[in-house]
Design a protein around this ligand. Sequence first.
Ligand code: ADP
Ligand code: ASP
Ligand code: MG
Length: 400
Amino acid sequence: MGLIVQKFGGSSVANAERVMNVARIVTDTYKQGNDVVVVVSAQGDTTDDLIEKANEINPKAAKREMDQLLTAGEQISISLLAMAIEKLGFPVISLLGWQAGFNTNSIYTAARIKNIKPNRLQAEIAKRNIVVVAGFQGINRYDDLTTLGRGGSDTSAVAIAATLKADKCQIFTDVEGVYTADPRKVEGAKKLKEITYDEMLELATLGAQVLNNRSVEMAKKYGVELEVLSSLNPVPGTIVKEVTKMEKMLIRGVTKDKDVALVSILGLQDTPGIAFKIFSKLSAKNINVDIILQSFGRDGTKDIVFTVSKENGPIAVEILEGFLDNCKIVCNTEVAKVSIVGAGMETHPGTASKMFEALYESNINIQMISTSEIKISVIIDAENADRAVSAVHKAFIPND
Ligand code: ADP
Ligand code: ASP
Ligand code: MG
């Protein structure tokens, strides 16, 4: 008996049958004597569909209005799930983000949770209600609705678990846990029993969408142990926690991120302070730069190449063209980042060359490389991304 937070993603509540399935999971947990807070995402592709509707009318719509629109998706699923739970004969109440006390900053479409005022949640739990909360949303100091960025419902669930000091935080999804690669795309991907916060954070940041990276960051910060499991198949999932008992595998997973644009500044005048000028102008516009490569200077000029998100590629070019002349600026959005992640690589010097060998054997050219203690990333042509992930996965994770 205890307080359990359960989160269900879009595919888990995609239609009436799936909503009833979730209602059964939730009420089974409640029947065992637990208090249950449920966080849900918008049904199926609702969020994508809403974005498409907005784009048909105004692709440059104000982000505040995007959030007014997008929060509607989760409003639909909480009320439907509450109706399903009611049908099964259990006490339930649905709450929007603001009703559940989610206060955020004012960065529309990418807001950060500042705090959760727990009074309403606690009052409803005290009444023995099952509480169904809309994920992905909150309210700012101007009483405007905000959203937390794509995949943000995971973060909503972890934030509630941390605030209420829940005994368990379960993230139900459409696969059985966290795998060594996307199990829908990579043959032989293996389910992990456990993974550390740090490794999961890298996997999530580098493209494993099964958990949102901010949710992992928050789980680590507040020591919330997560269980990632399937809403369709009741088998043990993956536990995400500080330290695992698993033997140190060389790598824990392979990821792909296609949300990358490669910006090249070619033939740049090689003057001191130029890199500072470029990257400070980009950061002033909130453009996050990932990998940076600078060539050796020759004939008084040099090249600087860096990656940003796809959305920011053309914006970065516009900013650079505003103050750089006598150089060529190009943006390539047909690239992808393929990465390997694992704490084990710290003590295995051959890891990088093994990855590069796998790519070489598949005749895939590497455009950029970046490494840290527990990850190695390469930038390659987008069209080779799936082949690259499979080749690298095969090299590191033996089939048994
Ligand atoms: P939800 O709607 O439940 O939030 P998501 O679509 O956001 O689900 O995340 C689940 C999906 O993440 C899976 O269907 C799977 O295709 C994908 N995925 C990518 N990488 C991994 C991985 N390493 N392990 C598990 N799933 C992964
Ligand atoms: N519905 C939102 C999205 O599609 C939030 C989420 O699913 O976590 O990104
Ligand atoms: Mg998700």
